[in-house]
Design a protein around this ligand. Structure first.
Ligand code: ATP
Ligand code: LTN
Length: 328
């Protein structure tokens, strides 16, 4: 009888900006389900954060806060390993090796996120190389499943390509990972512009609802959210992108289907709909923030160090294999 390996799940979030409902509904809610079935590893990717300038005290705070967000959302540290990327040196070591052995300028030149973000000649080399470090994160732990929002698909595709290339050219060292995208919530759009994704680095805070926004602030943002022409509450992404986005948020937070919501608001206007959505969001944030504030920095520090202890040997095993295959 063959013993099948338990599948490994890996994902991460950058400790930058305001963790928002898009991050929560696109990425984190998937992690909550997966942690019950698979060997789950969730990373706070602080080396990715420094691809753009950071303030030291602020970065330190945000690293702890992202871990608290994972915990407050329901990631259970007895089921999943929560760790800080910079605690495990093998991430940058493997990234360097992938840079040289298999990653090519032509691969990275295709990455749309870099093109969107790197407006200036002052962009760091690290920002250009960001997807290779992400591939190293994933491949170090022989990851099978990478739950992310839709915007990260291209990066996971690259991780797959690099792994395949390495295995072919130098001998097997990596599991080929697969992205997992939520059917709904994969791309939550900005409240101020439903044609662009909700984003931590948006120019205006009216774009997003942060999980740490005051509930009153979130209510105001919903009331001011852009709506479409007409007055029907109908899910129609093409013709009614703003209401469709608000319906998605409502449906996922209240655990009600979109059809059910459309029925509930037949004959009612945007005002009634927004009032109720504001209440749903406000309650969600209040409950979430009580849990968040109950977690101490010390608890997080302990979780980081225990997880890193368990993960280092796995990372080392992969890296040793890679180095042997290359003759290093
Ligand atoms: P930025 O917009 O500044 O790049 P971000 O909001 O995308 O930041 P990340 O830390 O890059 O934040 O993303 C964390 C996770 O959240 C990733 O899995 C990403 O795919 C997902 N995600 C980000 N924005 C959205 C969104 N608008 N809808 C759904 N998922 C999202
Ligand atoms: N680039 C991702 C964050 C990230 C990640 C990872 C996600 C870094 N390493 C590994 C999944 C797996 C983002 O969301 N911006």
């Amino acid at each position: 009888m063959s013993i099948s390996k338990q599948l490994t799940v890996f994902s991460g979030v950058q400790p930058t900006g305001n963790f928002h409902l898009g991050n929560y509904l696109g990425a984190l809610t998937q992690w909550l389900d997966l942690q019950h079935k698979y060997h789950s590893i969730f990373c706070v990717v602080d080396y990715h954060a420094i691809t753009v300038p950071q303030n030291a005290a602020n970065l330190k705070r945000q690293v702890l806060d992202i871990a608290k967000i994972y915990l407050a959302a329901g990631i259970n540290p007895r089921r999943a390993l929560i760790f800080r990327q910079s605690d495990i040196a093998e991430h940058t070591e493997l990234a360097w090796i992938l840079n040289c052995a298999v990653a090519r300028m032509s691969d990275l030149n295709k990455m749309t996120q870099f093109k969107d973000k790197a407006g200036s000649k002052n962009a760091s080399v690290g920002l250009f190389d960001y997807p290779v470090l992400m591939a190293a994160d994933i491949l170090l732990y022989q990851t099978d499943i990478v739950p992310v929002g839709e915007d990260q698909l291209q990066h996971v595709e690259l991780a797959r390509d690099l792994a395949k290339r390495f295995n072919q050219q130098f001998g097997h060292a990596f599991t080929i990972p697969e992205a997992k995208i939520n059917k709904e919530g994969a791309r939550i759009m900005g409240l101020d512009d439903p044609t662009k994704k909700m984003s931590k680095s948006a120019a205006s805070p009216a774009n997003y609802i942060a999980l740490l926004d005051k509930p009153e602030t979130a209510v105001k943002k919903i009331k001011r959210a852009v709506t479409d022409s007409g007055s029907d509450i109908k899910y129609d992404v093409k013709n009614k992108p703003a209401i469709s986005n608000l319906l998605t948020i409502y449906s996922l937070l209240a655990n009600k289907s979109i059809k059910e919501l459309e029925r509930k608001y037949t004959g009612k206007g945007y005002g009634d709909f927004k009032n109720d959505l504001a209440e749903v969001v406000s309650k969600f944030l209040t409950d979430f923030q009580i849990k968040f504030h109950n977690i101490s920095d010390r608890q997080v520090a302990k979780i980081f160090s225990q997880s890193a202890k368990k993960l280092r040997p796995i990372a080392r095993t992969t890296l040793n294999k890679v180095k042997t295959n290359l003759g290093l």
